[in-house]
Design a protein around this ligand. Structure first.
Ligand code: ZN
Length: 251
């Protein structure tokens, strides 16, 4: 029977670490990092590690876990015997959050929880707690400084078209853009020819001398005309890739 306990020596790594492992009884403690039983000869740092995180199982390389995470550096230091009987390690964490932790440790790419409603701040906050728990300083800083706010920038561009303008029907957009159409009625003043000649309508310079004399003393006549305008709003989300990648991963 495994005894559920915390590892007292881990407290030397700082008081933020919480009890997290099963301590197996009757197993010898070795100072060497255990090599993988499946692939003999594979370097210990590249050896696969199996993690039981909550109800899900993850497999990754030892180096992936230990390079940036103080938690895993301590857990897998080999100084304590804390593996389960099958050689895996039990991590008491939410696997849905842990998958983002592991994705970061693997490639150094920060997570973006950006949906139609904007950033999912609740999820960032939950992941920040995990970054603290697993002692990953870069990820913790990125989350606590809210650098994800700079990762996705939304720009809006408005264009107005007349109803008759065919261009608004064929607005093209790249991926990551959305287009909204806002039809708007507007009124405008239209010049009227005193003789009612259709070609002179809305064309003051079209009227000649005979129109002028027909005008009399009333001055220019106008009427108001309704016209439909199409306001096209393009929304573009641009990702700033530099913000999304850890500098530690690039080195
Ligand atoms: Zn005229």
């Amino acid at each position: 029977m495994p005894k559920f306990d915390s590892c007292p020596k881990l407290s030397t790594f700082g008081n933020t670490i919480r009890p997290f492992v099963f301590i197996m009884e009757n197993r010898s403690v070795t100072s060497e990092a255990p090599s993988s039983p499946e692939i003999p000869g594979l370097a210990a740092r590249e050896a696969p590690i199996h993690l039981q995180v909550g109800e899900r199982r993850f497999t990754t390389a030892r180096a992936t876990l230990t390079e940036e995470s103080g938690f895993f550096a301590a857990l897998l230091s080999g100084r304590w015997e804390n593996a389960l009987q099958d050689g895996s390690y039990f991590i008491d964490a939410d696997p849905n959050l842990f998958q983002h932790i592991l994705a970061y440790l693997r490639r150094g790419v920060f997570p973006l929880f950006d949906g139609a409603q904007g950033h999912d701040h609740h999820r960032y906050l939950a992941l920040l707690e995990e970054a603290r728990y697993f002692q990953i300083p870069q990820l913790e800083a990125w989350l606590s400084n809210k650098h994800y706010m700079m990762a996705a920038q939304v720009t809006y561009k408005a264009e107005e078209y007349d109803e008759d303008d065919p261009r608004w029907r064929t607005v093209t957009t790249a991926a990551g853009k959305t287009v909204e159409y806002h039809p708007q009625w507007a009124t405008r003043k239209v010049y009227l020819c005193p003789r009612g000649i259709p070609e002179h309508r809305d064309n003051r310079t079209g009227c000649g001398r005979r129109c002028e004399s027909a005008r009399g003393d009333d001055g220019d006549q106008f009427e108001e005309e309704l016209s439909l305008h199409i306001l096209v709003i393009k929304r573009e989300v641009a990702f700033n890739a530099d913000v999304c990648v850890s500098r530690a991963a690039e080195e």
